[in-house]
Design a protein around this ligand. Sequence first.
Ligand code: NAP
Ligand code: MG
Length: 404
Amino acid sequence: MAKIKMTTPLVEMDGDEMTRILWAMIKDKLITPFVDLKTEYYDLGLLYRNETKDQVTVDAANATKKYGVAVKCATITPNKQRMEEYPQLTEMWKSPNGTIRSILDGTVFRAPICIDAIKPVVKNWKKPITIARHAYGDVYKSVDFATTEPGVATLTFKGESGEEKSVVVQKTDGPTVWQGAHNKAKSIRSFARACFQYAIDTKQDLWFSTKDTIAKVYDGEFKKIFEEEFVDYKAKFDELGIEYFYTLIDDAVARVIRSEGGYIWACKNYDGDVMSDMVSTAFGSLAMMTSVLVSPDGTTEYEAAHGTVTKHYYKHLKGEKTSTNSMATIFAWSGALKKRGELDGLTDLVDFGNKLEEACFDTLNDGIMTKDLVGLVEPGFKATAVNSEEFLDAIAERLAKKLA
Ligand code: NAP
Ligand code: MG
């Protein structure tokens, strides 16, 4: 069988620990036997990031801007403990995801991968719910302090023009805590555009929620910017028969729980943090979740939502078999290959991505699963736990049949 051709390279970002092991196995077993794979390879493994003083992360992000599509393996974000584990580190390098996100100016979309044998905790959820999380500002870039005596706090802005704006936050009679937060119109606008574009790409309704009845100016600005940006997308929404609507966050929560799923829920940074954990837990697990970073110009970076699965890696190093779930990483590859195929007009490549996902579903539906999923299946469904390699072999076998 002739291998499927590619014209433009994918930006490939390798990573760390167990996911790096899975990465190589996925390529060997599921991709390169069928696709004449073209990638521009960047090693984002911690040691090479250290060797290049993290320049490799910046280079990978810039290459993504150039080519438009990337696939990324999970990576270690060093902390104090990692500095002891890897004494050769010259600096506590920043999170690669954070660096890439700020260069691509993106929004993160996360959606559960659903199978019949694992039912969401919320009984009426029939289709995936995608969370679009704004990844800049608010409480994540806020400043705060505590005071102990009576007094008054004011919020003051000094413009470069010399103009000043000031407001009394509160006059207080005793110990008090304070916080100052901000967001930038430019970032909110990018968030809005990424959400509208993603709704069009995936042909799903878009919901957006804030608390503008309370934060009238702050959240009101989010609502207003979304309305302004929607003007550019409205015709396309009408053509596709999809809808955009805005509602209060508390109303959204009630509607989400009562819904069947099948839409995108755009959330401010903090709401997105909390709600994406709620949605992913209710649907099953982080290893059954797709994650894609989309920038306003349509540049995409596909990744897994989970980390590098350190505990499994240390078992693997001792020569023990692990049962690590590779679904999220495989779907990062299939998502990226399909996107590349769409952009380059390669229907065979798009078809391959779809078949690869189907082969994954067939494997799970046949009851062949990694350990983490076996515990989640409905009573009566027969599931057998296999190791990391056996799981990929089972998918490869089904994929080969589909492509034959
Ligand atoms: P983690 O790698 O997601 O793993 C936490 C636990 O969740 C694992 O020990 C395992 O539980 C389970 N798990 C996660 N993914 C799994 C999979 N694919 N298959 C089976 N079980 C899975 O999170 P972590 O241990 O907190 O973080 C490890 C490293 O990952 C850190 O250095 C962190 O910086 C990095 N990280 C990277 C990313 C990213 O690049 N996208 C995201 C988050 C964290 P059991 O041990 O009980 O089986
Ligand atoms: Mg969180």
